[in-house]
Design a protein around this ligand. Structure first.
Ligand SMILES: [Zn+2]
Length: 820
């Protein structure tokens, strides 16, 4: 099977305009106007705390908590969160009890309470929920009371828990929580405590910052140091930043970790350090890390990448998942980079995760989460996957509070929507205002020259389900300020009306700029026309995904929800498919987008991120692809080179936003015919232990460097030794076979897998028996090369490689190709 060229442009829009010819770019963010140039520089007035010299000026600032009131579907998400896992987590998490080390220093404590409190506090600020605010204050009082004379606070055990010195990692999220509490409450104890803690860190040997989780996530400490420096001007804080940068994981020149959460947080560290260093090469390093990771492992829709713990060489198929912590940390990073750089590329990336992936990380009632969300995931069960399908072998997919099973994710996910709500509107550092992330809301902010004028902007929109955003200004007096409106990268032709009249807005970077004197009750109507786009993912076998505006679409799969554990209040769910999911799409190669019809449904549910509540959907045509199956542990089989041949009939398919689909196929094969099409196979084996035979499908077009190539998934019969074994391909329809090539796995010098003692190729005869291939194949067992055997051509629906393993050792394959 050879990789077939298909849809030469990777992103095509209605009308057949190819926007880009490459496939290595991250999804949706294919167009960027680059960083913004602020237009109101001379009028900059400092209504909000901004970077102090010598830190570089940032483009945007977060508004104080409570300035933005989210409404509509976003408020619905926050209300679900209030009544869901994050909002009521003290009911279920034994990490949050009053004897936690974060309240009683002799107690136990690490990252869980900090993770939870960070999202919980901001949930209180954006909703105004009294009970949430009260419990936030209770925890702030408890935490502040643990402060010691040397600046240390929190669990005493953390003083020495990292090789005899302090583990500074769990402090990073709690410092975030303390900062927003200060912004909300002006509680001066926070400034003192943060100063004390960072002085304590400054007294540590620099090498300590090269240890533990904190080393890979130290951008968070830099963010807090800047925050404090901007408020106190303490010069030691900048020395601390230099020290932690010099000693921590080096994202500037390398990719120092392949852990998904480390990457989601750590990749921004160079850009953050660059704010002090003033050298653009640091921001370039952040782009390089992002592009490198996403260029291989983020090649499916949704904005995340293939990492349930560590990214693994070769495991980049859309069957993989992205950890929930990775989702929210990546969003947080993109929000932070938006403010530092004023480059809307980062906002697009945040939006892509929020509107396509985050909702599927939670059950519709927000009572549970899971560890990984995949682009192609057709069963969510509580069953461990033991064949190396994922980096983690524990069960990661069922929705549950998961306090101990998932631990980090349920505590950490809570910052996702509250932070999103707080980043919708930003103050620009020239005294203006920026509409950055669109949703129904209102914002109160100081703008304009001198002491500033407090204005309120009310935003009415059904975005992302509609393309129109209407802003209405309320101001006590006419005031001049620039209003920046983000234009998402997928939008080609935005338009603006003021007071109903079309205006030609200036553009700056990825933003429209309306710099004028505003009057009370002025209205701005922004239109962001959405088009259907089809993207081809070359790294992943030319799978295609379809989007309309910011939303990517999934096959609508009937979901069978079964509560398998938990209580009425805290149910735990498995979800299984109750309708077929293995479809290849009929896509018109000349004009891919015309293969899909976008529709509004009449659903008016408060939560659009559900199967019944989605207000939009897509119609498509496809055919079953029978050979595309789940493996023996119900993990979706990987994509195979496309387009795929299928003899099944054409069916009308419904696609829904991926965010509304918990079971999902978002990266589809396409239907092909003739010599361009490939015959997909289902693969099975006599035994599957730590390695899955699905590896042979993942490696269909791979070129191993040698028999011990560790950059590829492998299939072995380990830990069977000396036995007779087989691995088989089954086809939906008969295929004619004239030769096969195998590449044996052999880890001599490292393990106990060797080339087999002998092997034969067998085919399934019409009577159901396995027959040896004819001819004189000369079955070779060479290492470090493809072994090709030509056989008497035969037409069959199944083939198998039957091996006799050498005595005392096991064996396996890296690839197995069939020539037709
Ligand atoms: Zn996690």
């Amino acid at each position: 099977m050879e990789r077939r060229a298909f849809l030469t442009g990777s992103l095509a829009v209605t009308g057949g305009v190819a926007l880009t010819g490459t496939t290595a770019l991250p999804a949706s963010a294919t167009e960027s106007g680059g960083p913004i140039r602020l237009v109101g520089g001379a009028r900059a007035t400092g209504h909000y705390t901004a970077n102090r010299a010598p830190l570089q000026k940032e483009a945007f600032l977060r508004l104080p908590p409570g300035s933005i009131i989210p409404k509509g579907w976003l408020r619905t998400q926050l209300d679900l969160q209030l009544n869901g896992l994050n909002g009521r987590m003290p009911e279920v998490s034994d990490y949050l009890t009053a004897d936690s080390g974060w309240a009683v220093p002799s107690g136990v404590g690490w990252e869980e309470l900090p993770y939870w409190l960070r999202g919980f506090g901001d949930l209180g600020y954006v909703t105004g929920d009294a009970a949430t605010l009260e419990l936030t204050k209770t925890w702030m009082d408890r935490i502040l009371a643990t402060r010691q004379s040397d600046g240390f606070f929190g669990p005493t055990s953390l003083r020495t828990s990292l090789n005899g010195l302090p583990d500074f990692w769990p402090y990073m999220p709690v410092l975030d929580a303390m900062r927003t509490w200060y912004e909300y409450s002006a509680d001066d104890r926070i400034i003192d405590t943060l100063t004390g803690w960072l002085k304590f860190l400054d007294g540590l040997p620099g090498t300590q910052f090269g240890q533990g989780w904190g080393s890979a996530r130290v951008g968070d400490t830099i963010d807090t140091a800047y925050w404090l420096y901007n408020r106190t001007g303490d010069a030691f804080l900048l020395d601390l930043v230099r020290t932690v940068h010099a000693n921590s994981a080096d994202y500037t020149h390398t990719i120092p970790t392949w852990h998904n959460v480390n990457l989601a947080q750590g990749f921004r560290e160079p850009a953050q350090y660059g704010v002090l260093a003033g050298d653009p090469s640091f921001l370039a390093a952040t782009h390089r890390v992002y592009d490198t990771v996403m260029g291989t492992y983020g090649q499916f829709p949704g904005g995340g990448f293939a990492g349930d713990e560590n990214v693994r060489f070769g495991f980049h198929d859309p069957r993989q998942g992205f950890e929930t912590c990775g989702v929210v940390e990546f969003m947080h990073s993109h929000e932070l980079l938006t403010r530092i750089t004023g480059d809307s590329l980062w906002t697009d990336r945040c939006e892509e995760l929020a509107l396509n992936t985050l909702p599927a990380a939670l059950d519709p009632q927000h009572k549970g989460t899971h560890y990984v969300t995949g682009a192609n995931t057709v069963q969510l069960d509580n069953v461990p996957k033991s064949h190396g399908q994922f980096n983690n072998s524990f069960a990661m997919q069922a929705y549950m509070p998961g306090i101990h099973q998932y631990r980090c994710c349920p505590h950490n996910y809570g910052m996702g929507w509250p932070y999103y709500a707080e980043e919708m509107w930003l103050a620009s550092t020239d005294g203006g205002l920026c509409a950055s992330l669109y949703a129904e809301s209102s914002v109160r902010a100081k703008v304009g020259p001198a002491g500033g004028t407090e204005v309120t902007v009310t935003e009415q929109t059904a975005y992302p389900f509609d393309d129109t955003v209407t802003l209405t200004l309320s101001t006590p007096r006419p005031v001049r300020f620039p209003l920046y409106l983000r234009v998402p990268g997928w939008c080609q032709d935005p338009s603006v009306r003021i007071g109903g009249r079309p205006v030609k807005a200036a553009t700056s970077g990825g933003y429209l700029v309306l710099d004028r004197t505003w009057q009370h009750r002025d209205t701005v109507q922004l239109r962001l026309p959405m088009r259907t786009t089809v993207r081809t993912w070359g790294v992943n076998d030319d799978g295609v995904s379809v989007a309309h505006g910011p939303l990517t679409y999934s096959l609508q799969i009937e979901e069978d929800w079964q509560q398998f554990a938990g209580t009425a209040d805290w149910p735990e769910y498995e979800v299984r498919p109750a309708s077929p999911w293995n479809y290849a799409l009929e896509v018109d190669a000349r004009d891919p987008a015309r293969s899909f019809t976008f529709e509004h449904t009449r659903a008016a549910a408060a939560d659009p991120f559900t199967q019944t509540g989605t207000p939009v959907r897509m119609r498509a045509k496809g055919r079953r692809l029978i050979a595309w199956q789940v493996d023996d542990q119900n993990v979706t089989a990987p994509l195979q080179p496309g387009p795929a041949r299928t003899g099944e009939t054409v069916e009308q398919l419904t696609l829904i936003p991926a965010a509304a689909a918990r079971l999902r196929v978002t990266a589809f094969p396409t239907v092909g015919s003739g010599s361009r099409a490939t015959d997909w196979a289902a693969v099975s084996a006599s035994f599957s232990g730590v390695d899955s035979p699905q590896a042979l499908l993942m490696n269909a077009t791979a070129q191993p460097t040698d028999s011990y190539d560790q950059s590829l998934p492998r299939f072995t019969w380990w830990d069977h030794t000396g036995t007779a074994e087989w691995v088989a391909y089954t086809f939906a329809e008969p295929v004619r076979v004239s030769a096969v090539s195998v590449y044996w796995y052999d880890d001599t010098g490292h393990g106990a897998c060797r080339v087999p003692q002998s092997w034969v190729l067998e085919y399934l005869a019409p009577d159901g028996s396995w027959q040896p291939s004819g001819g004189d194949p000369g079955y070779g067992t060479a290492k470090g090369a493809f072994v090709r055997v030509a056989v008497t051509p035969v037409t069959t629906t199944a083939l198998r490689v039957r091996v006799q393993l050498q005595p005392g050792v096991s064996g396996g394959l890296l690839t197995w190709r069939v020539e037709h």
